[in-house]
Design a protein. Structure first.
Length: 325
């Protein structure tokens, strides 16, 4: 089923922000390289192009509407960003592996991989460019985790039936409609930051290798709200009353939902996630660079001895042994 193409059936996406209209391929290449990483363009015929670009800019992210007006090969050097091409009309083929994206499908290039694609003669698409550091910072800040290597290795073709594609469709539709509103999300830095958060969360649902993050998205709503809140505030004091308020449920309902979904209580879930975060921190430092007692207090342990005992029970070694590695 075509989930994306009906959003823009007869016009370019982000038409509120026209960026380029030209028949000069060199002019288009020069302008494109000013906004994206360097691109090499090769037309597949002698026909005169009718190039049409639109651009919706967000902090650390750019959304393009693109129509070359002819078949053209587009190639880049290895990317420093996430790069997605989502056809709205026609098809776009990846020359590196032969796969072709049809309307409603997403051709996704991860950082470190080059773009080498053929835009077919009648292709029109949304092009998404997200800075690699933006997604990594988002995962660290909101999930207290790191992107897996699997997540950033390869080129992917995402089927239109993937559950995250309908969410992407809704996000693109929101940006398209909001661009013409003087009081919309795009009009304020806070609103743009919220949109960027939504796009990052959507991308995390698409890319592989983030099993814990994927599992979290499948949790019941009352549990997911609290779990997401815990991960976003893991190094801050967290009370059960605060979590109850976030959940919108009673304390008994929240604790029962945690036991059913995660097999533990909210307090024990917080402690385990904190211990895992502290282990990652210790593995990145050397003896003398951090003080274990200071870390214990900062991460909510009332006594360093409580931290040491819980850590050894969880990982089978003392924090000092982990740090000594």
């Amino acid at each position: 089923m075509d989930l994306i193409a009906p959003l823009f059936p007869t016009r370019m996406p982000f038409s509120a922000h026209p960026w380029l209209r030209t028949q000069d391929l060199d002019e288009a290449a020069q302008l494109l390289c000013s906004q994206l990483e360097e691109r090499e363009l090769k037309p597949c015929s002698n026909h005169r192009p009718d190039i049409h670009f639109t651009l919706q800019h967000l902090d650390q992210m750019k959304l393009f509407g693109a129509d070359w007006g002819l078949a053209v090969n587009v190639r880049s050097r290895p990317l420093a960003s996430w790069h997605g091409i989502l056809p709205l009309r026609g098809a776009i083929s990846c020359r590196l592996d032969g796969r072709t994206a049809q309307p409603g499908e997403l051709l996704l290039f991860t950082p470190g991989h080059e773009v080498d694609v053929l835009w077919h003669a009648n292709a029109r698409a949304v092009v998404i460019s997200l800075e690699a550091a933006c997604l990594q910072d988002h995962v660290r800040a909101h999930h207290r985790a790191e992107l897996s290597r699997k997540a950033t290795s390869g080129i992917q073709l995402i089927d239109a039936r993937h559950p995250a594609m309908s969410n992407l469709s809704n996000l693109l539709q929101l940006v398209e409609s909001d661009a013409t509103s003087p009081n919309g999300l795009l009009s304020t830095p806070v609103g743009q930051k919220h949109l960027l958060h939504l796009f990052c969360e959507n991308l995390l649902q698409i890319i592989p290798g983030n099993d814990e993050l994927h599992q979290r998205s499948l949790l019941p709503g009352v549990v997911k709200r609290v779990v997401d809140y815990i991960h976003a505030h893991l190094d801050q004091p967290l009370s059960i009353d605060e979590l109850v308020a976030v959940s919108g449920a009673s304390r008994r309902t929240l604790e029962s939902a945690f036991r059913r979904s995660l097999g533990t209580s909210p307090r024990r879930y917080i402690q385990q996630r904190r211990l895992e975060a502290l282990r990652e921190l210790l593995l990145r430092h050397r003896p003398g660079e951090v003080q274990l007692s200071e870390l214990a207090y900062r991460w909510g342990f009332s006594q360093p001895s409580h931290f040491t005992s819980a850590y050894k029970q969880a990982f089978g070694e003392l924090p000092s042994q982990t740090l000594a590695r």
